[in-house]
Write a protein that binds this ligand. Structure first.
Ligand code: NAP
Length: 273
């Protein structure tokens, strides 16, 4: 399927690693031009050069998104370079473990890491998106519907992103701007690897999680996540808006009694064989 992204410009937050990098690579492969906002200049410029060597156009914009001025700057730089923005992908975030014990200041800081820049990016990109009849895809997390414990800030931010998806879809429908959110659950990324590395037995921890993922008992890949995001960002999803879509191998919703690896299954097709 041709996603018809050849003339499109996408602005992606956190595109130097993990899911964001997967999204950038997929957008470039589909012919879009991309601006990637991230913290590390060395990492971002190296990627910009790597893509340029392949004939692909990915502008790196340095910035820490917890500063709203960096958000405004990112939109301005993308517009200076490309003259338009068709797609905004709000992706950067971190499960920073700010729990009830951490206090209001830490909670606010967590919201700055995970929520405020989603709003700020949409705010500063709004006029450009109205002009292009563009779209927004947010990356959320299953944590906002399942809870996790010890991570109030992240859970609140991701819950708010679900709310804003519906709110913005209504708000921006008159301009033909679509807004959707993709929720990962267990996607193998540097962030995830870092989390498991802090555990006593990272290999066992990984196996324990994989056992609970119904579809093929494995993590979602960044490519699987990115393919869905880029499809939603393309005109091939031209009548899809306000949707909250889980790309998680069934992890969030399916009945573990029936799907956990090793569970005695007397349900469904497996139980019949
Ligand atoms: P990752 O591997 O850590 O990559 C995130 C990227 O975003 C990094 O390049 C990071 O830069 C950048 N970034 C983060 N905060 C930033 C900031 N304030 N300013 C500029 N750049 C920033 O994380 P990931 O696993 O791909 O996660 C991406 C999104 O998916 C997040 O919103 C996360 O909540 C969501 N998610 C992931 C999973 C999962 O299983 N991986 C599950 C649920 C939700 P640095 O290298 O400088 O940190």
């Amino acid at each position: 399927m041709d996603l018809r992204l050849d003339d499109k410009v996408a602005l992606v937050t956190g595109g130097s690693k993990g899911i964001g990098m997967g999204i950038v690579r997929c957008l470039l492969a589909e012919g879009a031009r991309v601006a990637n906002v991230n913290r590390s200049e060395a990492e971002g410029l190296a990627l910009e050069q790597e893509y340029a060597a392949q004939g692909k156009d990915c502008l790196f914009i340095q910035g820490d998104l917890t500063d709203v001025n960096a958000c405004r700057n990112a939109v301005e730089k993308a517009l200076d370079r490309f003259g338009r923005i068709d797609i905004l992908i709000n992706n950067a975030g971190v499960n920073d473990g700010v729990g009830l014990d951490a206090g209001p200041d830490a909670f606010l800081t967590s919201l700055q890491r995970n929520l405020i820049h989603y709003y700020a990016m949409a705010h500063y990109a709004l006029e450009a998106l109205k002009t292009s009849r563009g779209c927004i895809v947010n990356i959320g997390s299953k944590v906002c519907v399942t809870g996790q414990g010890g991570t109030s800030g992240y859970a609140a931010a991701k819950g708010a992103i679900n709310g804003l998806t519906r709110e913005w879809a209504v708000d921006l429908a008159p301009w033909g701007i679509r807004v959707n959110t993709v929720l990962p659950a267990e996607t193998w990324t540097p962030l995830y690897e870092r989390c498991l590395a802090e555990m006593d037995d990272p290999e066992q921890a990984r196996a324990d999680i994989e056992r609970l993922i119904p579809l093929e008992h494995r993590f979602t890949t960044i490519e699987e996540l990115a393919d869905t995001v880029v499809f939603l960002a393309s005109d091939r999803s031209s009548h899809t808006t306000g949707q909250i879509l889980f790309v998680d191998g069934g992890y969030t919703h399916l009945d573990r009694k029936c799907t956990a690896s090793g569970a005695v299954s007397e349900f469904g097709a497996a139980g019949e064989s």
